[in-house]
Design a protein around this ligand. Structure first.
Ligand SMILES: C[S@@+](CC[C@H](N)C(=O)[O-])C[C@H]1O[C@@H](n2cnc3c(N)ncnc32)[C@H](O)[C@@H]1O
Length: 304
């Protein structure tokens, strides 16, 4: 697969009529030495000669799904409080000196947080030009060496380098062939490596999956919602030698809610108003499972 051809094609997305004005506005940002704090709120502070310009560019880039960020006095109260997921996973990884990918990285919120571990390399994959521009807006002041690729999980195995650790959070249920996606992650790892993944799941002991109709929790492109035992089977089929359940959680409005930084609805509108254990479609309401998958070098057979 020729990734450079795909990169070249996708750079043309900057000319889309909803994107070009944002891209042009980003060219007018003025460099400054800012104080950067990569905590639960990613903060960029200091003197910026035109803070109103910052606010207006940030607003052009709605919806802000992941965050929050505070940039020269503008608080971007994103739909998701992404630090809840980050803090839940934090005890389970150490990225020091590792080659790390975040696949489905959105605007890079988690990648900015990963910098605290001093990874050797940090690459984000996400085919959304809007989220890439949100990343570039922040990174203009953060000045990290993170690489953001406008590529998807389907490209990761062809990437110029392999990874020691891959995060792939909130992507699996969007894929119509989840086992293929897990194999793509497996092949994007070096000979040994680990994946941190989360997905919606349903309760139950049987290795089965819910196949929603037109939408699940009003999200249109959800293909399969497995039990944990079905997920384990998928991961085994993809070749992973270890499958460890780290955490499970129920998404609440503490984590995902309507704010001024998204247009339209959020979790509060996605659940049955009379029974929050069900989605508006009548399915079990969203629960997430967080797993760690390990790839080990295969032992050589008798014939070498
Ligand atoms: C539900 S969001 C999850 C974001 C973030 N990883 C998290 O867990 O908070 C799904 C993300 O996957 C991205 N995405 C869409 N298609 C993708 C693909 N083919 N490969 C990788 N990511 C994709 C979307 O742009 C979006 O940022």
């Amino acid at each position: 697969m020729n990734l450079d051809e795909i990169r070249k094609e996708r750079r043309k997305w900057l000319k889309w009529k909803n994107i070009a004005p944002i891209f042009e506005a980003l060219q007018t940002l003025r460099p400054t030495d800012a104080k950067v704090t990569l905590g639960d709120i990613i903060k960029i502070e200091g003197e910026y000669e035109d803070p109103k310009q910052i606010e207006s560019i940030a607003k052009m880039m709605k919806p802000w799904r992941k965050g929050p960020f505070e940039i020269f006095g503008t608080f971007i109260d994103s739909e998701w409080r992404s630090y809840l997921k980050y803090n839940l996973l934090r005890p389970y990884f150490n990225l020091e000196n590792k080659r790390v990918a975040d696949i489905g990285c959105n605007n890079g919120y988690y990648m900015f947080r990963f910098l605290e571990d001093k990874p050797k390399k940090l690459v984000g994959f996400d085919p959304s030009i809007l989220f890439k521009l949100q990343f570039e807006f922040m990174n203009f002041f953060i000045k990290s060496e993170i690489t953001y690729e406008l590529l998807g999980v389907e490209h990761a195995e062809f990437y110029e380098e392999k990874f020691d650790t891959i995060f792939c959070l909130g992507v699996l249920y969007h894929r119509s062939d989840p086992i293929v996606m897990l194999k793509q992650l497996y092949r994007a790892l070096d000979k040994e490596g680990e994946v941190f993944l989360d997905t919606f799941y349903i309760e139950g002991d049987e290795p089965v999956a819910l196949c929603p109709g037109a939408s699940y929790s009003k999200i249109p492109n959800i293909h399969f919602v497995p039990t944990i035992s079905a997920l384990r089977n998928w991961c085994e089929r993809a070749g992973f030698s270890e499958f460890v359940v780290l955490e499970t959680s129920v998404t609440t409005q503490e984590e995902q809610r309507k704010t001024d930084w998204i247009d339209g609805e959020s979790l509060g509108n996605f659940l049955d108003p009379h029974d929050s254990s069900k989605t508006v479609e009548g399915y079990p309401s969203p629960r997430r499972v967080y797993v760690k998958l390990v790839k080990k070098q295969k032992k050589k057979g008798k014939h070498g």
